[in-house]
Design a protein around this ligand. Structure first.
Ligand code: DCP
Ligand code: MG
Length: 359
């Protein structure tokens, strides 16, 4: 069996770095790309590293960002520019491999096992890609190099910005053992809290449980955790995966019984979905609400709009109307999970997938 060579590349403070590159006045300054502080419901899409020092983060309300960092400069996003940069980055990747799986405008997995350019090592390929991005776009990216997607993705985040982190086959087991459970990609806050309450703080703790134990406590995901803590992840890099839906869901620590509790949760979910849609540059016409009850019954309700939508307010309103149709305050119907998905993107809103015809 030959080991694969996987690179995960993620641009550093993507929108903010593009704005700082194109506007010398923003360089070295705390900036936030996103809505204005006066604007209703404005949120930060991303912040420059200078602003992150003050605690400003993606998805934070602009008002909060201004409190944390009074000198912050708000910049309106220029999506057409980010899309062009993303295309250029993609064309750089294509010099090194045909197996590219974009996750969003600024992030992709590359399988370089074949070593198309004959460079000899995945680390050297990652270095060349970073250098090309710097030379041709005056931007920096961070790369993670390993033998599977899971580890490569965590690695790319370890030495941001401008990082390159290699985690070789012999290091994976000990790396996974030390990894805190909340860093496991795919482990949400509720699951992480549950793990911690069970005394499971890192990969080594998870490893003590049998596959059966894990499945009993965490359902289907348990099987994934069992394999991943052993460094086993054979998911292929999928070049033509198309985003068919964008969603978010939350399992609540306490079951919800009243609309007063449910409405703010739907607002939060809608906000998350809206920022994910924005990140993928998508608008959809179908909104689906998922409701799971304390006894594991699950229902979905959906609604299609004449025009594609992507903003948080419209998504939240539609989700609340769908929820109302389920008689959510019915006696005994305690709600454990709510989820919102937007789909039905249509031809004109296809995400950035590499074109087959280019190679
Ligand atoms: N984005 C967004 N809303 C979010 C998260 C991200 O609109 N909630 C956009 C803005 C980011 C881009 O997507 O620039 C890429 O997201 P990343 O999570 O990769 O964040 P950054 O590239 O900004 O920073 P980092 O250096 O941490 O990767
Ligand atoms: Mg990024």
């Amino acid at each position: 069996m030959t080991l694969r060579k996987i690179i995960h590349i993620d641009m550093d403070a993507f929108y903010a770095s593009v704005e700082q590159r194109d506007n010398p006045a923003y360089r070295g300054m705390p900036i936030a790309v996103g809505g204005s502080p006066e604007g209703r419901g404005g949120v930060v899409a991303t912040a420059s590293y200078e602003a992150r020092k003050f605690g400003v983060r993606s998805a934070m309300p602009s008002k909060r960002a201004l409190q944390l960092c009074p000198s912050i400069i708000f910049v309106y996003p220029r999506f057409d520019v980010y899309r062009d940069v993303s295309r250029h980055v993609r064309s750089i990747f294509q010099r090194y491999t045909d197996l590219i799986e974009p996750l969003s405008l600024d992030e992709a997995f590359l399988d370089v096992t074949l070593d198309k350019p004959g460079i000899g090592s995945a680390i050297a390929i990652a270095q060349e890609i970073k250098q090309a991005i710097r030379d041709e776009l005056q931007l920096t990216a961070s790369a993670g190099v390993s033998i599977n997607k899971f580890v490569a993705k965590i690695a790319s985040d370890m030495h941001k910005p401008d990082g390159l982190t290699f985690i070789g086959p012999s290091q994976i087991e000990s790396f996974m053992e030390k990894l805190p459970v909340e860093k496991f990609f795919g482990v949400g806050k509720v699951t992480a809290d549950k793990m911690q309450r069970m005394g499971l703080f890192n990969g080594a703790d998870l490893k003590k449980l049998s596959e059966n134990d894990l499945v009993q406590h965490f359902g289907k995901a348990g099987r994934f955790y069992y394999r991943i803590v052993r460094g086993l992840d054979d998911r292929p890099v999928q070049p033509h995966r198309e985003t068919k839906s964008v969603g978010a869901e939350d399992t609540f620590p306490h079951d919800l019984t009243t609309l007063t509790e449910m409405d703010p949760e739907l607002d939060k979910l809608a906000q998350k979905v809206a920022s994910r849609l924005e990140k993928h540059q998508l608008k959809g016409r179908t909104i689906t609400l998922k409701v799971k009850y304390h006894d594991f019954r699950q229902i979905t309700r959906n609604h299609s709009t004449p025009l594609p939508i992507s903003d948080a307010d419209t998504i939240a309103t539609a989700a609340k109307q769908l929820l109302a149709k389920t008689d959510p305050e019915t006696e005994g119907d305690k709600i454990r999970l709510l989820g919102i998905t937007v789909s039905n993107f249509g031809e004109e809103h296809r995400p950035e997938t590499p074109q087959l015809s280019l190679f």
